[in-house]
Each structure stands twice: as structure tokens, then as C-alpha cells.
Design a protein around this ligand. Structure first.
Ligand code: PRP
Ligand code: URA
Length: 208
């Protein structure tokens, strides 16, 4: 299952973040802003419980979120989406998955993982700006499932059909929320048109 969030506010920001002229400061801000819209959508069906709240006038029947939320950025680029989610969900816990794509094989190489115990029974949100081949996302989901997670959702800024297919084939129970499903992957397994190397653009490690 995947959802492409077509809201004009998201698409407007996506147009700016893709622009090669957008520098790393603005790129970071836009990652935060887009992530917040995507997170809002992704948590539409999160578990809630009914609570009675005393207003100055009467008791109101309200709902509160009734699950531990664990946000899991895939290092390094996923970190650029973390502040946005923590602004929305200040009590969320944070786990980390360290992965990079081997430049030759394009396969993910795992170098770190650490999760809070609440992955078991809680709602886990994997964040990474890009799902390209889908290898990194699948590796992160595998690690989380091995740690006991049963309820996982993925938020990415840009993906492509090829990568989505790979993730959905391996993990049909994990929904993906994205701002865009792009055309294809190039020979270097970069998303086209995409937005380039997300980690480099976020952290200012490219020449632009
Ligand atoms: C990027 C991106 C994803 C991965 C996507 O990370 O942030 O994690 O590539 O590619 P895939 O779907 O083909 O696995 P990268 O390996 O560039 O590492 P970085 O975040 O440390 O720059
Ligand atoms: N990683 C990126 O940062 N961008 C892509 O297009 C693919 C992988």
C-alpha cells in the first residue's frame, strides 16, 4: 500500500526542494516542512483512545493518540527529516539505522542500529528522503521486524515505481507515504528526475 500526497502545499514545496539552485539551508527547511505534511497523512489511522476533558464550560469527549511512536531515521539523510517529526510528536522515541549504498553494487551496507524497546507494540515510522532501488528501506524494515516491530510505516519525499514495487513485494504490510513517485532510476540507481543526492544536499557535502 502506498499513498502519494498530492496536496498543493506539498507539491509546491517539492518543486522548490528539487531545484538544483536550492541550497542546503533551504533544502533542510523544506525537508522538515514536507515531512510534517507527510507525517500528518501517515498517522491518519493511528490508534487513539477516548478521553473526557474538562473545558472551562463542560466535559468534552476527546481522543488522544494511544500508541508509543518510534521514529527511525535511516542515516544519514533520514536525519534531515527528524526535527520535523519531533516538532509534531514531541514525545516520540527515536531509533537509528545506519546504512549506506555500496557505490559499486548499490546494495545497502548496514553499519549501525539501535532501537528503543517500544518498537515492540508501538508504531514505528521509518524516515528517509529517498526510496530508489528499495534496498535500504527493506533492510531497515527487516532490522525493525527482527527487533519485534509489528506496526511500521515509511515516509519518504521521493520514490519511483521500481523501488516501491520492491518494498511492497517484500513487506506488503508496510505502507509508504511519499510526495512523489518519479519516472525511473538511472544507470547509477539515482531517481530521475529526483532531487539528486539527498544526503549531500541536506548536509552541504556536494559542490553546489
Ligand atoms: C540514500 C538514501 C537512501 C538510499 C536509497 O542514502 O538516503 O537511504 O540512498 O537508495 P536505495 O533505495 O537504492 O537503497 P545513501 O546511501 O546515499 O547514504 P547517505 O544517506 O549516508 O548519504
Ligand atoms: N540516494 C539519493 O540520495 N538519491 C537518489 O536518487 C538515490 C539514492
Amino acid at each position: 500500500m502506498h499513498v502519494q500526497v498530492d496536496h498543493p502545499c506539498v507539491q509546491h514545496k517539492l518543486a522548490i526542494i528539487r531545484d538544483v539552485e536550492t541550497g542546503h539551508k533551504r533544502f533542510r527547511e523544506l525537508s522538515t516542512e514536507i515531512t510534517q505534511f507527510l507525517c500528518y497523512e501517515a498517522l491518519k489511522n493511528v490508534k487513539t483512545r477516548e478521553v473526557d476533558v474538562q473545558t472551562p464550560l463542560a466535559v468534552a469527549a476527546c481522543r488522544k493518540i494511544d500508541t508509543d511512536i518510534v521514529v527511525v531515521p535511516i542515516l544519514r539523510a533520514g536525519v534531515g527529516m527528524l526535527d520535523g517529526i519531533l516538532d509534531l510528536l514531541p514525545t516520540a522515541r527515536v531509533g537509528f539505522v545506519g546504512l549506506y549504498r555500496d557505490e559499486e553494487t548499490k546494495q545497502p551496507v548496514s553499519y549501525y542500529d539501535r532501537f528503543p524497546p517500544q518498537v515492540e507494540g508501538g508504531t514505528c515510522i521509518i524516515i528517509d528522503p529517498m526510496i530508489a532501488t528499495g534496498g535500504s528501506t527493506n533492510a531497515a524494515i527487516d532490522l525493525l521486524k527482527n527487533a519485534g516491530a509489528g506496526n511500521i510505516v515509511v515516509i519518504c519525499i521521493v520514490t519511483c515505481q521500481e523501488g516501491l514495487d520492491v518494498v511492497e513485494a517484500a513487506h506488503p504490510d508496510v505502507p509508504v507515504y511519499t510526495a512523489s513517485i518519479d519516472d525511473s532510476l538511472n544507470e547509477n540507481k539515482y531517481i530521475v528526475p529526483g532531487l539528486g543526492d539527498a544526503g549531500d544536499r541536506l548536509f552541504g557535502t556536494s559542490h553546489h
